[in-house]
Design a protein around this ligand. Sequence first.
Ligand SMILES: Cc1ncc(COP(=O)(O)O)c(C=O)c1O
Length: 407
Amino acid sequence: MIPFSPPRIDDKIIEEVVDALQSGWITTGPKTKRFEKELTEYVGCRKTVCLNSGTAGMELMLSWFGVGPGDEVIVPSYTYCATANVVVHTGATPIMCDVKEDFNIDVSKLEGLITEKTKVIIPVDIAGLPVDYDELNELVRKKSIRSKFTPSTEVQELLGRIMILADGAHSIGAKYKGKMSGTLADATAFSFHAVKNLTTAEGGAIALNLPYRFDPERMYADLCTKALHGQTKDAFAKVQKGGWRYDVVEAGYKYNMTDILASIGLVELERYESDTLKKRQHIYDRYNQLLAQYDWAWTPEFDDETKQSNHHLYLLRIKDVTEHQRNLIIYEIYEQDVSVNVHYQPLPMLSFYKHRGYNIDDYPQAFKNYTQEISLPIYYDLSDEDIETVVKAVVVAVEKVLSKQEA
Ligand SMILES: Cc1ncc(COP(=O)(O)O)c(C=O)c1O
């Protein structure tokens, strides 16, 4: 069976994890601090806070910004549930925006959704393709939009506009007009979950890029405190000589990254540009070449003059199929021992959101993208031979299902 997205676990990773285990320090400590520093350098953002998930990153930033009941946060209708769930946790209301053919939020539809209650927009760089950041950043700075903004906390007052909190779960290493994901929004939440381009098993980070009136060092300290129960010292600081006393300044969360996770991340980051991204690009190119001869294959957008994806997911679409046909195609692919996936079932189709009154008919492009989409395996150890096996399985499956339709 060709798996969908296994992690790359080799001797280097194992050695670094063993090093953490043998160091006697396994929770947040020197390796996490080094990983944060190296991430900041790689991304080019102002500061990075490592956490135990990408979800934690979004929750932390929403809490820091003071989002709560009565507020609205705009999210795309086409994303993983975490993007909207974090909004629900704060007591605010997720407002869903339809997406474009490229799977990303339709910025042209945002203005009509912004109200006096809107505090944050969470765009998602689906599959690692950056959203239209120039248009988005211009929009929240527009006079008519700024004048609607109604701050209710000190930091909201200081920002003076809607915050852009990018869900960059897919997009570390992606670029928009030459600028790295992590520097394109006020803050970006990366995910280092096991299936992501750069993994720490579970894990994530917040890349901070707020205007300089928000002191990055102060923000880093505040977010670390918030991520560890509101404690003014973390475990590493507490074990230093005479460092036992600490205070708790708020009922914070428990979101810190451990040094065991950071040790995986350090190895992953070191080889990310030179090796991981190159391999993923190769897989993409090979899929594109092999699928180019089939009229029914709609290969994914991943590069244009402004956007450079990090090839996180290969979102193939089968032109003009119904949802039922797409499902049959997936079944036939699995019959040939190849794992595929669907990214994503739009949020309004999921019970929780459906029961809250969101209706998929209001998001026609999200529905259309979903019905035709099949994600193909993409991971470091996928060989050229495997790629051919995958494409062969897809071709056999599609032709079988489409020929039934014609019969
Ligand atoms: C688009 C998107 N957002 C958020 C997340 C959440 O990331 P994590 O699992 O690190 O919390 C994911 C993870 O799959 C994701 O794909």
